[in-house]
Design a protein. Structure first.
Length: 226
């Protein structure tokens, strides 16, 4: 049952405020910045991207399983720090604050090199994504790590976070496969980007407050263990 919940949490992370508004940009990145005849390239690059962030998340899962008792001991500190970061992400989304280091994490650089993207560089991009966006996707990633920590077993922790990564990664791959079908949705997101960002920012702030106060963990524990 835990693995099924982790898979669902991965899917929910994909449609979260941190990821969904950025999907058109990621898909464009996978395609090499060119909409013509790039479906195969987009598929390969999306798989590499998923492999990249899966490597990081599974390493975290193994560490959580190994040091489960230690992680549980400092879970409150993690919640406060992650919650504060989420609030900063939210304020940056809304435009209340302009934090350059966060703005850099939202934007893809070196667009002139998009056509040179290959499987290896996609894997590296996935690794950078996992490291850079861990605070923003921390709501459900934290829940997954909590389950891994409860197992107090490194291998089980690895498989748990691999399951979570599959839940997050499969929608990315499907998006790459259905580029033409999803163009309308991507166009809608681009046209309403500011509105979506504002809504996303408000949601992130609410989630951050819930994390700091401890109510989010209580909610997740009720959903997970009942």
């Amino acid at each position: 049952m835990n693995y099924f919940i982790l898979f669902l949490e991965g899917i929910i992370t994909f449609i979260s405020p941190c990821i969904l508004p950025m999907i058109p940009i990621y898909v464009s990145y996978f395609m090499g910045g060119n909409d013509e005849g790039k479906s195969n390239k987009a598929l390969i690059n999306s798989i590499g991207f998923v492999i990249g962030f899966s490597i990081v998340f599974t390493i975290l899962g193994g560490a959580a399983g190994t040091f489960g008792v230690f992680i549980q001991r400092y879970m409150k500190t993690f919640n406060v720090v992650a919650g504060a970061l989420l609030i900063l992400f939210g304020l940056n989304y809304i435009g209340v604050l302009k934090i350059s280091i966060l703005d850099r994490s939202f934007k893809l650089k070196n667009k002139s090199n998009l056509n040179n993207l290959n499987l290896i560089s996609s894997v590296l991009f996935g690794v950078v994504f996992a490291i850079g966006w861990t605070p923003c996707v921390g709501t459900f990633l934290g829940s997954a790590l909590m389950l891994a920590a409860n197992s107090q077993d490194s291998m089980q922790g690895i498989f748990m976070l691999l399951t979570y990564s599959l839940g997050l990664g499969i929608p990315f791959i499907i998006s790459a496969l259905l580029i033409d079908t999803l163009k309308g949705a991507f166009t809608f997101i681009k046209k309403n980007y500011k509105i979506i960002n504002t809504i996303s920012g408000i949601l992130l702030i609410i989630i951050g407050i819930l994390m700091i106060t401890g109510y989010l963990n209580l909610l997740l524990s009720l959903l997970t263990f009942n």
